[in-house]
Design a protein around this ligand. Structure first.
Ligand code: HEC
Ligand code: HEC
Length: 372
């Protein structure tokens, strides 16, 4: 009840602030605190695709600052040595260095490669699917995703009650929660709210490709242009899943259309059941979340299990190694072996040069996202 009451007051604050210059508005609500609304600075070409926060967790300057501090604070782990940033390292575009699998607190190794964290706010925008985060869609929104790594015994291995106790005892946190949410009571919900707010602000929109959108890609070399054409033509046919056109463009995945998880022919035997783990539908076996292909130069190794360490291996795979099983996506099986995509070595090289135009080096030096 308390939380609900507080949220109502919170929204009231917003309402009042949004209407600030309307002097005739009668302000009858006693506003308990005032957090500063935050507006996202969108890359100009995505301004028509707003990031929508859940109604009860709007972005505020104080909430984002708190989330950023928590993201980098090892206090969230059992022995206070591991933070979210341990595995989502800004220097590697928020992936876990060059590791195939991350090590948990006690040295155990997981089975999936840590994905990057950027442009995730758009995933809650479309509301088409409930499975949005993790390689198999195991979390439906950013807020609920947060609890996974904290409590996972092979990651941070902590309990939520312990985390909350530790936060309450650390001098600065009660004040910071109060500033962000207007309450002294630190709850797991508010912890998740703050971290999600920070994650929603991590935006990558400054690649050569992004810049090229303005000037008809006149900044591309002839090789990059050829690679772009291979990517978007029927020959390479990458774009059906790694979409570059609106509304999916911020993600470089096809999220927002009706099929964002695909079996791209990686697994002959299903060592990772993918989306089927969540949906219990055999037709979803081996379907994994289509990852962003932005910032690949920082995010190696590749695929859910980090099996490929180079882009050359990735392109060779799509060219002629993808399995052709019945559960594999039609965009993969339409180019049957032995020829496959039949790319020449020059076409492969150009395709990789194009993929590298999706590099946003400004993200990894952005001081709004680094350790506070
Ligand atoms: C021990 C390493 C590790 C730690 C610590 C960790 N993560 Fe992760 N994270 C991963 C791995 C591995 C995955 C992929 C798991 C999967 O898909 O099954 C992942 C997935 C995610 C995703 C999903 C991204 C997507 O595109 O679907 C988000 C968001 C995320 N982590 C945020 C966090 C936050 C926030 C924290 C801290 C509370 C955190 N992680 C702590 C390793 C880690
Ligand atoms: C049928 C849909 C589909 C098509 C077509 C497709 N991909 Fe993918 N791509 C995926 C999925 C799904 C994954 C993740 C699969 C996994 O990890 O099991 C992926 C993963 C990748 C990755 C790894 C990214 C990372 O961070 O791990 C790269 C790079 C990539 N694809 C590039 C390409 C290129 C280049 C093409 C065209 C030659 C292409 N893809 C065609 C669906 C597709």
């Amino acid at each position: 009840m308390k939380v609900k009451f507080f949220i109502l007051l919170f929204l009231a604050t917003f309402f009042v602030q949004c209407r600030k210059d309307n002097t005739s508005l009668p302000v009858t609500v006693a506003v308990p605190f005032s957090a500063t609304p935050y507006s996202i600075n969108y890359p100009f070409f995505w301004s028509k695709v707003p990031i929508l926060s859940p109604a009860n967790n709007p972005l505020t300057v104080e909430g984002i600052a708190l989330g950023r501090k928590l993201f980098y604070d090892p206090i969230l782990s059992q022995n206070n040595t591991m933070s979210c940033a341990t595995c989502h390292n800004i220097n590697f575009s928020f992936t876990d260095s060059t590791k195939q699998f991350s090590s948990g607190l006690h040295g155990e190794v997981g089975k999936r490669n840590a994905p990057p964290i950027f442009n995730l706010g758009w995933f809650t925008n479309y509301g088409v699917l409930t499975h949005q985060f993790f390689w198999d869609g195991g979390a439906s929104d950013l807020e609920s995703q947060v609890f996974g790594p904290i409590t996972n015994p092979i990651e941070m291995s902590e309990t939520l009650p312990n985390v909350l106790t530790k936060l309450k005892l650390k001098s600065e946190y009660p004040t910071l929660f109060k500033k962000a949410f207007g309450t002294d009571s630190i709850t797991s919900q508010l912890l998740a709210f703050a971290i999600s707010q920070f994650e929603r602000t991590i935006i990558s929109g400054n690649t050569k490709f992004d810049q090229g959108r303005l000037i008809n890609f006149s900044n591309f070399s002839p090789e990059e242009m050829n690679g772009f054409i291979t990517f978007t033509s029927e020959k390479g046919d990458c774009w059906h899943c790694h979409t570059l056109a609106p509304p999916s463009s911020p993600l470089e995945t096809d999220f927002g259309l009706d099929f964002s998880f695909h079996n791209n022919g990686l697994q002959k035997i299903f060592t990772d059941s993918g989306l089927a783990r969540i949906t219990k539908n055999n037709g979803d076996l081996g379907k994994l979340k289509t990852p962003s292909i932005r910032n690949l130069v920082f995010t190696a190794p590749y695929m859910h299990d980090g099996r490929f360490s180079t882009l050359e291996q990735v392109v060779d795979f799509y060219d002629a190694q993808a399995y052709q099983g019945s559960n594999v996506d039609g965009f993969i099986t339409k180019n049957p072996h032995p020829t496959g995509l039949n790319l020449s070595s020059q076409e492969k090289r150009e395709l990789i040069l194009f993929l590298k135009t999706l590099t946003d080096s400004s993200l990894i030096v952005n001081t709004s996202y680094s350790k506070p």
